[in-house]
Design a protein around this ligand. Structure first.
Ligand code: SF4
Ligand code: MSK
Length: 672
């Protein structure tokens, strides 16, 4: 058993700390205490254990050890990593598949309550694939797009069509390396086949298939999920939202939606606003229904509807600890099995909804797109019926929440930089070229109870902002910045470098842009591709001064995201433990897998994956990479003192000066 940590070592979030104190008082365990009790296995966590067949498990703990079949540590690590990437790709992509089926059902008029909300995006996406749009009804276009997208999963030969949205140069590189994904399912199945006992045994060869599998995620499955979510529910644009446990309301029926797929949660939002449901809640003695979200379901409805986020991954148990949640409605991914046992201490109902996910002890109300509104109302009524069971003596809601402005889709960023008629990434590229913005960091990914919740995210984010690095975020990382108040215009600007601050003030954006959920990391790929195509920052993603970071990663999906970003040309840094760390005392030239995913992948794709647990080293590596890319492009060396004499803050300072001094400062006229 690891050492029991103090509350402030569990989380840096004061709302979480309040709930963790309460958990201790009530003697209830959480992921934080379970992490203390469950010391990680050093062999497994470093990728040195193989469970691929019944002759094992084989644990390779000494230099030169091999498994019963003779597999070396490098082969075992490559297989383990590839399987994790395949699982992550499968999770994202299966979400994409369900969205494609939902688009098809909507186009055919068979999906109760759904409609095509963003016709402009539908036409734009159809245009990528030469689907005719002129003179056709949205449903006709959507039907063709749905058929094309559904086919991407089972396609056996050829190329997954969304890859044509990458730069021409990148597409050519993938073709040359023979890693263009054929179909999503084919790559995932082949990853499982090649890592089975007695198959692919050359680590580099196995890892090349990991690249291909991850590309099937980033440039197909996840991209399809994002496209269709926007088409059906609207492309996100800035909207006011709130984050943290304080969004739970004592006088209302609280329903927390948790998981990933927006199909049901969007319908729950719609159902919660219908008069009959509101009336039903009032008849139960509540002041109405209060929806909030956890994890990426939270992000989906936050960025489109402004529905508040109760928190990120490690808040799922803490929301129930408030004693004021009537129902937690879960679908897929990142849902802890511990929720059911925890909820037994309160009155909260855990409601599973996906045909793919059941939890013993939970209530299962299965979602079905053909009667989504009916099911959404049934779920809400079950929550309302549970309101009477709330024990007010057990209710404790932290009075802590922050406002935020989420909704920075790539379409909106394009628009905000140039307006309707001159929408363009040109101003962003120019700001990087001049050095006002040093570079861009995508800080994404999960929470992990093995480190203090939000600590690494926030430390890295705040330091990079000081260094004039524009930060974009998705997933639970985004919620962590939201809880800190970094996603609200001026509120986040006081600690930001002078050049970046000028840009934020001029464009009217927060220094940290919320770009969506974890499948929406494809939006970041799109932004980077458009930046490369805009000109001035090279002609491909690997030349842009940009870095991806996941300081608190935990899920296999994070590994899939990292790998498709690397294959797209990005440097990706993960915090925490390396799943291919190997033996601490290994001689350097036996670290084949570690080396290959860093140096080897960089030679082939221009991107690399590294695990750097120390946040200061993470920041250093980020800035060095950004500066190296700036130098390679021939851009001026970053100079923190060069900018900062324009923008709102400087204007306000000038305003406050006496007239004579103002004349001098502005026009250089003598004070007299
Ligand atoms: Fe051991 Fe080889 Fe079986 Fe893995 S595949 S468990 S290394 S015998
Ligand atoms: S929910 S994958 S904990 S980001 Fe997308 Fe958060 Fe990571 Fe799940």
């Amino acid at each position: 058993m690891a050492k029991k940590r103090e509350i402030n070592e569990y989380s840096t979030d004061p709302a979480a700390q309040q709930m963790l104190i309460r958990a201790e008082e009530l003697g209830i365990g959480t992921a934080f205490t379970r992490a203390d009790a469950m010391a990680p296995c050093n062999i497994g966590s470093a990728g040195m254990c193989c469970k691929q067949c019944g002759m094992g498990p084989c644990r390779l703990t000494k230099e030169g050890d091999v498994g019963v079949c003779g597999a070396t540590i490098d082969t075992i690590q490559a297989r383990n990593l590839t399987r994790a990437i395949a699982a992550g790709s499968a999770a994202h992509s299966d979400h994409g598949r369900d969205m494609a089926f939902l688009l098809k059902a909507t186009a055919e008029g068979e999906a109760e309550g759904y409609m095509i909300r963003d016709i402009a995006k539908l036409r734009m996406v159809a245009g990528y694939y030469d689907i005719p749009v002129d003179g056709r009804a949205p449903e006709e276009i959507a039907n063709d797009l749905a058929d094309l997208y559904i086919a991407q999963f089972g396609q056996q030969r050829g190329e997954a069509v969304p890859i044509r949205r990458a730069t021409k140069k990148r597409q050519a590189l993938w073709r040359e390396r023979d890693v263009v994904p054929r179909g999503v399912d084919r790559e995932v199945v082949e990853a499982l086949h090649r890592t089975h006992i007695g198959d692919d045994q050359e680590p580099e060869h196995i890892l090349e298939h990991a690249i291909r599998t991850s590309l099937a995620d980033g440039w197909a499955g996840s991209m399809i999920a994002t496209d269709i979510s926007d088409i059906l529910f609207g492309t996100p644009a800035p909207v006011l939202g709130q984050a943290n446990l304080g969004v739970i309301k004592a006088d209302m029926v609280n329903v927390v939606v948790h998981g990933h797929e927006p199909s049901l949660s969007e319908m729950i939002v719609a159902a919660s606003q219908t008069p009959d449901v509101i009336e039903y809640a009032k008849a139960a003695g509540a002041n109405g229904i209060n929806l909030s979200g956890i994890c990426c379901t939270a992000n989906e409805i936050l960025m489109r509807q402004g529905i508040p986020a109760a928190g990120n991954f490690l808040h799922q148990e803490l929301a129930i600890m408030t004693g004021a949640v009537e129902a937690m409605v879960v679908d897929v991914q990142c849902v802890m099995q511990a929720l059911v046992g925890l909820a037994e201490n309160f009155h909260t109902k855990i409601i599973t909804t996906s045909p793919k996910v059941k939890i013993k002890g939970a209530t299962h109300i299965e979602f079905e797109e053909h009667k989504a509104m009916t099911i959404a109302k049934e779920i809400l009524k079950a929550a309302i019926d549970n309101f009477k069971n709330r024990d007010n003596s057990m209710t404790q809601i932290p009075d802590i929440k922050e406002d935020l402005i989420p909704g920075f889709s790539h379409e909106y960023i394009n628009y905000m930089l140039g307006g309707s008629y001159r929408a363009s990434f040109r101003p962003l590229n120019d700001a990087i070229m001049s050095g006002r913005i040093r570079g861009v960091a995508a800080i994404v990914g999960c929470n992990n109870p093995r480190s203090s919740q939000d600590y690494l995210h926030n430390l890295v984010t705040k330091e990079l902002l000081k260094q004039d690095v524009l930060v974009v975020q998705t997933g639970c990382g985004a919620i962590s910045s939201a809880k800190l108040g970094l996603m609200l215009g001026e509120a986040g600007l006081s600690e930001v470098g002078a050049g970046l601050r000028e840009i934020c003030e001029t464009v009217g954006i927060p220094p940290v842009l919320h770009m969506g959920s974890c499948v929406d990391n494809t939006r970041i790929l799109t932004v980077l591709t458009q930046m490369a195509e805009t000109g001035g920052l090279g002609d491909d993603i690997d030349q842009i001064p940009a870095v991806g970071l996941a300081p608190e990663w935990m899920s296999e999906k994070a590994l899939a995201i990292a790998t498709y970003c690397v294959a797209s040309g990005a440097y990706v840094i993960f915090g925490g433990a390396s799943p291919v760390g190997g033996m601490p005392d290994r001689v350097s030239d036996s670290d084949a897998v570690l080396k290959y995913i860093s140096v080897g992948w960089e030679e082939k794709y221009g991107g690399k994956l590294e695990f750097i647990p120390d946040p200061q080293m993470m920041i250093k590596a980020t800035l060095e990479h950004i500066d190296k890319k700036r130098a390679a492009l021939g851009l001026p060396e970053y100079d923190p003192t060069r900018f900062g004499r324009s923008g709102d803050a400087e204007m306000l300072k000038l305003e406050a000066l006496p007239l004579a001094e103002k004349r001098k400062a502005v026009y250089g006229l003598a004070a007299d």
